[in-house]
Design a protein around this ligand. Structure first.
Ligand SMILES: [Zn+2]
Length: 101
């Protein structure tokens, strides 16, 4: 999903292991604002997100679609790639569209 160069130069990576990379992410809802999360992208292409909106939020290791729905967006099934973003190293938000296929 991401190349090593992307990771080093572009994103606010929290963890980079042989199995996955972990990046701060979020999902923006026009009404409720941003729901922050932690995105893990595995080498086999699987993507999982932990919701960080509240400390005790039960939404751990959910699919991006479920996370987008949890954040209150509509059309998450089709649009999660434009609704969920990751932080670049300088704090900008980059939509997953264009990063994942
Ligand atoms: Zn939550």
């Amino acid at each position: 999903m991401f190349t090593e160069e992307d990771l080093a130069s572009s994103f606010g990576v929290r963890q980079n292991t042989p199995e996955f990379v972990e990046i701060d992410c979020g999902c923006t809802n026009p009404r409720y604002g941003d729901t922050p999360g932690k995105l893990r992208a595995y080498v086999d292409g699987k993507v999982e997100i932990d919701c960080n909106y509240m400390e005790d939020c039960p939404k751990d290791k959910v699919s991006p679609i479920e996370f987008a729905r949890h954040a209150g967006t509509t059309n998450a099934y089709h649009n999660w790639k434009s609704q969920i973003w990751v932080f670049s190293h300088d704090g900008h938000k980059i939509a997953l569209r264009g990063l994942v296929c």
